[in-house]
Design a protein around this ligand. Structure first.
Ligand SMILES: Nc1nc2c(ncn2[C@@H]2O[C@H](COP(=O)(O)OP(=O)(O)OP(=O)(O)O)[C@@H](O)[C@H]2O)c(=O)[nH]1
Ligand SMILES: [Mg+2]
Length: 387
């Protein structure tokens, strides 16, 4: 609810809730922001408690000083659709010297991003043309034109029909001067609190339309929320499936990496051993027989014979070169083995089970609950309609 000072914002909330939640009067009554919401016990909360209750409003803390001017009024009223609404009453807007203890424009614009409906109250007395209100409306309109509703409040005080028309024209003209607001056919219902019509004005009161609009918005929000819930469930299941697939791909990649590492490692170890054996057989045959025994050396010479011949074919001067080259190749293979066998982390069995449980939960429990709520909602709205 935004509007000029004394436009009747707080009075409207009290009328809707049918309880005197908010102070009203001719003075500047509402100094800060008040969340009027439904609950089990009549209670007033401070700024910090308010931000605790509405955690998504936490960024408001960044606007200096505003937390000290936040309150929540919890009411047990079950009137109209109040149990499904939270009103945000805002400080009356005035021009000029009046200093707000916090950045009121910034706060209102920030709250406007979160509200489902933005009610703008213009009253016929005095300050319908408050610059601050018009500036804010223009800004809000660029982002949230479809949420904004204009009302001529306290319409019973507007005098005769002709006076009211004039006031309305003036407001619309003033709004249309703003480039962002120049729309054709401004809809501005006239409303007033029935019990406050002391002069017995016969002006049409469209306050019931406001209630219908609130109800319509509640219904839309319910549907949107339930649809978003279903989409979120699907998205969670998708992400889980993706994670499990990636994990299984990583697992097989790890297996291949281990195999590759083992192969290179084996070759890297085998090469120097074969080299050593060949070298020893061809150079110190007798010592070998003494250490390993005649039969083993015989079979070794049989298998490695061609290699030792090749070895003997290497000219004496180059033996060392060949030796080092082969050792270098073996070293390279061991290094390759080390790199090839590198693996990536995978999910533990417990983590995989957890993920599957999450996916099952959203797909079965949450989705069926959504279905149930949807049915319940449809039944209720059909019943309401029948009434
Ligand atoms: N005649 C008449 N008086 C109203 C109506 N609504 C509010 N008032 C009176 O107008 C005065 C201001 O109302 P509030 O509800 O305090 O206005 P507000 O917009 O909350 O004002 P601030 O909190 O100061 O910004 C009070 O004296 C109310 O009794 C209405 O529909 N008709
Ligand atoms: Mg007020």
């Amino acid at each position: 609810m935004i509007g000029n000072h004394s436009a009747g914002k707080s009075s409207f909330i009290n009328w809707y809730v049918e309880e005197h939640c908010q102070k009203t009067g001719v003075a500047i009554e509402t100094q800060g922001f008040t969340f009027v919401t439904s609950g089990r016990k009549r209670e007033s909360l401070t700024g910090n408690a308010t931000l605790h209750l509405y955690q998504h409003f936490e960024p408001l803390r960044e606007i200096e000083g505003v937390v000290d001017y936040l309150t929540t009024e919890i009411s047990t009223s079950k009137q109209k659709k109040f149990s499904l609404v939270t009103f945000i009453d805002t400080p009356g807007l005035v021009d000029g010297d009046m200093k707000y203890p916090f950045d009121v424009n910034k706060s209102i614009l920030w709250l406007g991003d979160l509200a489902d409906l933005i009610f703008i109250f213009f009253d016929p007395i005095g300050q319908a043309l408050c610059k601050r209100t018009l500036n804010l409306v223009e800004k809000l309109n660029t982002k949230h034109a479809e949420r904004i509703r204009f009302y001529l409040s306290k319409a019973d005080e507007a005098g005769h029909e002709s006076d009211r028309q004039r006031v309305m024209m003036q407001i619309v003209q003033e709004l249309c001067k703003r480039p962002g607001l120049n729309r054709t056919g401004f809809d501005m219902p006239t409303i007033y609190i029935p019990s406050m019509n002391q002069k017995g004005s016969r002006c049409a009161n469209q306050i019931e339309e406001v209630c219908k609009d609130i109800e319509k918005t509640i219904n839309q929000t319910i549907q949107n929320t339930l649809n978003a819930l279903e989409r979120d469930c699907d998205q969670i299941a998708e992400v889980v499936e993706e994670k499990l697939q990636t994990d299984s791909a990583t697992s097989s990649a790890n297996l291949r990496a281990r195999f590759r590492g083992a192969t290179f490692g084996f070759l890297g170890m085998l090469l120097p051993l074969v080299l050593l054996a060949t070298f020893l057989i061809s150079t110190s045959h007798k010592h070998m027989i003494r250490f390993l025994g005649e039969p083993l050396v015989a079979s070794l010479s049989f298998y490695l014979g061609p290699l030792s011949e090749a070895w003997q074919a290497v000219p004496q001067d180059y033996t060392l070169h060949v030796l080092f080259s082969i050792l270098a190749i073996a070293l390279v293979m061991l290094i390759i083995a080390k790199f090839a066998s590198r693996t990536k982390p995978t999910l533990s069995r417990k983590q995989k089970r957890n993920l599957k449980e999450i996916s099952d939960y959203v797909q079965k429990t949450v989705k069926s609950k959504k279905q149930m709520l949807y049915q319940e909602y449809l039944k209720q709205s059909v019943a309401d309609h029948d009434l």
